[in-house]
Design a protein around this ligand. Sequence first.
Ligand code: URA
Length: 234
Amino acid sequence: MEIEQKNQNNNNFEDIMELFEIDYIYENKPIKRTIYEPSLKDKQSLLENLKLKIQNISNCELKKNSKQIVFNDGDPQSPIMIVGEGPGQKEDEIGKPFVGDAGVLLNKMLEAINIKRSKVYITNVVNYRPPNNRKPQLSEINRYAVFLREHINIIDPKILILMGSTAMEALFGQTLKISEERGKWKEVIINQKTYKIILTFHPAYLLRQPDQKKYSWEDLKMIRKRINELKISF
Ligand code: URA
């Protein structure tokens, strides 16, 4: 009866505490939610784990025929992540992505919009060199896409640049055509996180088809514009 009366008479929090003889202090303030932003150390250990997982892959023709894993290059804290297709001969020898002719062109493309290669993060869809540099098969793309998605979640870039059809297929399947989809901002959700993506031609394709460079330049300008809008400084 006494409780009822007190509750009816007022909703005063302290009175209720006293009535029930509760003596701890409860701060009725909104919870300040912090967004989880992994530090460089966290990212490095997540990357090491992912690399190990890929190194433990079994029954993979790519792994069997290559010299070593080609996992990444650049800054894991970068807001820009670039995804290529897979290692070529030079990458297989050195163990880093984009160090051959396509890499030289990639560096120039980045410089053209005032970005140093060391300031971005670079990886590929498949992490082992396909025999004779063939395009990875769909089953291989799909198998490695699981790792790629995890890789993107770890790096958590503000801008994701997919270079070429293999990178496009890894995240969007085989329904799109790079010639139609390049130069458009898209979004992809990975593990409940939305990423801004732009598709563009692969530098190796541009080496074979230099007349397509004009389109690539348009894409690069769009990327630069977005960098400026996001106030990303390097
Ligand atoms: N082409 C790619 O897609 N990745 C590399 O690392 C090298 C060439």
